[in-house]
Write a protein that binds this ligand. Sequence first.
Ligand code: ATP
Ligand code: MG
Length: 395
Amino acid sequence: MDKETLSELHRVFQQIHSKPNWKSELDVLFGAMRGCFVFDNAAIYLEDRLARGLDVIYARAVGRGKGSEADAAWGENVASEVISSRRVILETSRGGKKQDERVERAFLLGIPLYIGGQLRGAMAFVRFGGPEYVDQHIHIASLLTTWTASVLERKELLEARAELDSVQRQMRLQDDFVSTISHELRTPLGFIKGYSTSLLRQDTTWDDATQREFLSIIDEETDRLAKLIEDMLESARLQSKTIQFKFSPLRLDALVRDVSARVKTHHPDLKIDLKIEPLPQVLGDSVRLSQVLENLFSNAIKYAPGSKITITAKRLAKKVRVYFSDQGEGIPEEFAPFLFERFYRVPGERTVTGTGLGLYICKQIVMAHHGNIWVESVLDRGTTFIIELPIDPTL
Ligand code: ATP
Ligand code: MG
């Protein structure tokens, strides 16, 4: 190999490794190969064993093939032949209809594609009007195929790793959930049991005020337990999509005001600042959407105690947006992507109780409205949850 070829190879390799994804890696590879081996169209076919067909996972058109990039049917026959015979196929096809026959004559080359030692598909090249493919081209095309195979193998490994990470995280969450849930169930039960046993003791009499105090603790803890069980059932129903939503035209500005007023009666000291412009109607389930806001209030009260809450509502071209902000401690950036997962709680020292279901429930409800919810948080500044719902064009 001469010096020039070596340095060219080195350049190509370096370029490939600087690319962010497998498709741009292949773009570099195929682009570089055009320098030593002419083709008008190239495509990679992978066998889809379930559907018993071929998937085109990459296609590139240059020169005379341009414009037909999306259409990779030209190589399907060659690719199938390569796969069934497990060898390189060379073919010349003749078209008849056009006057200029040279243009219509296609030289096809198919190379088996082995990934991880298994025949998984084929690469196909076509060149219109010749010259024919010769041994040297076949060697270069085979080299290109080997490189492609390693790019694809890496892609598959990365995908498998991402899936594994997600499964592992899910398993960890399930583990955490069992310990959280048993703690969350035991705490209110402990209070209820303790205070009712005290009240029932025959050797002690309690004055009226103390009795009322004990009973109100029992009452509150029962509510907490009921809410927890309701959240668990709700999240299970949302996950299995067995919840019936009752959609009707509603105005989010009115809904925000109603829920804020309700929360205020339970938390008279809470500062809520509403910056709401009149909004067009959306199609929504008012009970479920109230639940979303209630969960956000519950979080702000728990995780940003004493902070003012600001709710801003705005109209965009085809959507309405509600910003729900507190001025609490915020959420470290690395945890933000997982917040809406079922059972997820930000790790760390925990004095605040919770099961990690609230935001999961919010997300499922908003998605059922074809909307979106996400979080933006700055440490020591505060957290904003943003809800976006589509405006129904028929309303
Ligand atoms: P649950 O809502 O089921 O009682 P939870 O409040 O822990 O439990 P989510 O509402 O899903 O669960 O919230 C997930 C996590 O996100 C919380 O554990 C908390 O760490 C973090 N979080 C949510 N809202 C805020 C907020 N406003 N400020 C800071 N952290 C928050
Ligand atoms: Mg919560």
